[in-house]
Design a binder for this molecule. Structure first.
Ligand code: HEC
Length: 196
């Protein structure tokens, strides 16, 4: 047992030394110039990493605060969205995508008067004091949402599945989770919306 552990450790150290040597050799040979053209593997990894990190913050926020009306895919086909006048437009379409980044930012920050679209600015100062507070909505969040709205036309089924888990839970579902005990509603006829 001890021998096997030792052997694994020696192998690991060896692998690290070799990786280190190769890295040093590579850097000495090619330098750290940003002008060099990255190879296909480096490009693929970097692009994958980049798209992995950018929209996810906006995605979480959208699933949490916007999807009730706009739906995870931005189509607007939700129970609440369908009951609003004017209805939330399909954010993937030209009408929204042709807006500039600044216009999108302004709409998210300030809302649209006389419609269901709320203003999300306002928690900024609070957020500066408590940057770790994920509940607030700061300007940064709005810019992330702009990026996410831009990403909507290319959203993948895998991303939509991930978003489902981030959507706010209905009170009954919350009650089933520890730490979220909600007072039980009085028993009555089942409460249903919409045609059935
Ligand atoms: C209570 C429902 C509701 C919520 C929540 C909501 N929206 Fe909206 N949103 C609307 C409605 C309704 C409109 C259409 C307003 C209009 O017709 O000008 C709209 C419009 C928009 C538009 C402009 C689209 C266009 O083409 O005119 C953007 C962008 C947008 N919402 C983004 C968001 C984001 C991002 C969030 C979350 C931070 C959010 N909305 C939350 C209801 C909502």
């Amino acid at each position: 047992m001890l021998m096997r552990l030792l052997r694994a450790l020696v192998l690991l150290v060896l692998a690290l030394v070799v990786a280190g040597a190769v890295t040093i050799w590579y850097i000495q040979r090619n330098g750290f110039s940003a002008r060099a053209k990255p190879g296909p593997i480096e490009t693929a990894v970097a692009l994958r990493l980049r798209s992995f990190t950018i929209p996810s913050a906006g995605m979480e926020h959208f699933a949490d605060h916007c999807a009730v009306c706009h739906a995870n895919d931005g189509s607007g086909s939700t129970e609440i969205g369908g009951g609003l006048y004017p209805k939330p437009p399909d954010l993937k379409q030209e009408r929204t995508q042709s807006l500039t980044d600044g216009e999108l930012f302004h709409i998210i920050q300030n809302g649209v008067r006389f419609t269901g679209m709320p203003a999300f600015a306002g928690d900024d100062e609070e957020k500066d004091e408590k940057p770790a507070d994920k509940e607030g909505h700061g300007e940064q969040d709005s810019w992330r949402l702009v990026l996410f709205v831009r990403h909507l036309p290319k959203i993948t089924p895998a991303e939509l599945t991930a978003m489902k888990k981030l959507n706010p839970k209905a009170p009954d579902e919350m009650a089933e989770q520890p730490g979220h005990a909600e007072p039980k509603r009085p028993a009555g006829p089942a409460h249903k919306h919409g045609r059935s």
